[in-house]
Design a protein around this ligand. Structure first.
Ligand code: DP6
Length: 326
């Protein structure tokens, strides 16, 4: 049981419907544009943090293995931020475990930094409003800011740290949208998001993508609030293709798609033309997230499972935000 200087928290990763790509400030992870996402049920990270004055250094264990190198350093820097805020001087013992199927290439930094933020703040005696927790999580990983609030979430942007935090647009119970994740590769990605964000500005398409982002944001927000699946499909696919156009035209170019990725995009468009309301979106990787309403779930999953290159389909519903575990 948690007591005194220790606490445990749980968080889900999220899938962005309106993506951000590129930071206006890399050190503060201030995103180039506002984004919209929902938290994913069934995938979660649980993290325990215990500050211990006897420890000579932070000890960090991820999925049962002692973390080293840049991964451990990123966690240490995050603990330093929370130590600076709370005045807690002790080193910490951190144990984090994600239950995602191994090697699926799904972004785990969002749930990892959201759970770490909530656990470390609680363990250090800080009691902060959600908005502030989201800002702290953002400093660890931009998308982690969105894993703090419940359900459908918007991450605002701005020129200052205080402006860029996520808030809930609608609770997870608002609309049973489902993310059917078609896994086509288990390879770790060759270029991570942090490096990708730095390359965004080298694409001549990035200014156009960012300039039009408020329109897409507003259209997506409306479609979620009105539960307009076809309106959502149009804006989500356009937003995803804009982000991948920037990736493909940066220096050096980033081409995350595999032939199987493109095959699924064609299938999804074909199914929609036939009357099945489904839409695709893709993160910084080759796997395709297929969005539909719960009523179409079985059809979408069985069609995806029939595609030979699809190794596995994960089904995720909207989930709550990060919480402390008693
Ligand atoms: C493609 O949050 O992974 O998923 O701050 O470097 O951890 P870091 O970046 P990250 O970036 C997310 C990129 C994206 C798009 C999105 O989720 O909006």
């Amino acid at each position: 049981m948690d007591s005194g200087l220790s606490a445990t928290a749980r968080a889900h990763p999220n899938i962005a419907l309106i993506k951000y790509w590129g930071n206006r400030d890399d050190a503060l992870r201030l995103p180039a544009n506002a984004s919209i996402a929902f938290n994913l049920s069934g995938l979660e990270t649980t993290t325990s943090v215990a500050f211990d004055p006897r420890l000579p250094a932070d000890s960090i264990e991820i999925d049962g293995v002692a973390a080293q190198g840049p991964a451990a350093e990123r966690v240490r820097r995050h603990l330093d931020r929370i130590r600076a805020l709370s005045g807690q001087g002790a080193r910490a013992r951190v144990a984090s475990r994600s239950d995602f199927p191994a090697g699926t290439g799904l972004a785990s930094s969002a749930s990892a930094f959201a759970a770490l933020t909530v656990a470390a703040c609680a363990a250090s005696g800080l009691s902060l409003p959600e908005e502030h927790l989201s800002r702290i999580a953002r400093l660890g990983s931009g998308s982690a800011a969105r894993s703090i609030p419940d359900g459908y979430v918007a991450l605002e942007t701005g020129a200052r740290d205080e402006q860029a935090f996520a808030h809930s647009l609608a609770p997870s119970t608002h609309w049973d949208l489902v993310d059917c994740i078609a896994l086509v590769s288990r390879e770790p990605k060759s270029v991570g998001s942090s490096e990708g964000h730095r390359l965004a500005a080298t694409s001549p398409l990035q200014p156009a993508r960012v300039k039009d982002a408020p329109r897409r944001f507003e259209e997506c927000r409306r479609a979620i609030l009105e539960k307009d699946m076809l309106g959502l499909a149009e804006v989500v696919e356009q937003d995803c293709l804009l982000m991948h156009s920037v990736m493909m035209t940066s220096h050096p170019p980033l081409l995350y798609w595999l032939p199987a990725t493109l095959n699924i995009l064609h299938q999804v468009r074909h199914w929609r033309a036939q009357g099945l309301a489904v839409a695709f979106t893709i993160d910084a990787g080759p796997n395709v997230h297929c969005l539909c309403e719960a009523a179409s779930l079985e059809q979408v999953v069985s069609r995806l499972a029939d595609i030979p290159e699809v190794n596995q389909v994960l089904v995720c519903h909207p989930a709550p935000g990060a919480t402390r575990v008693p």
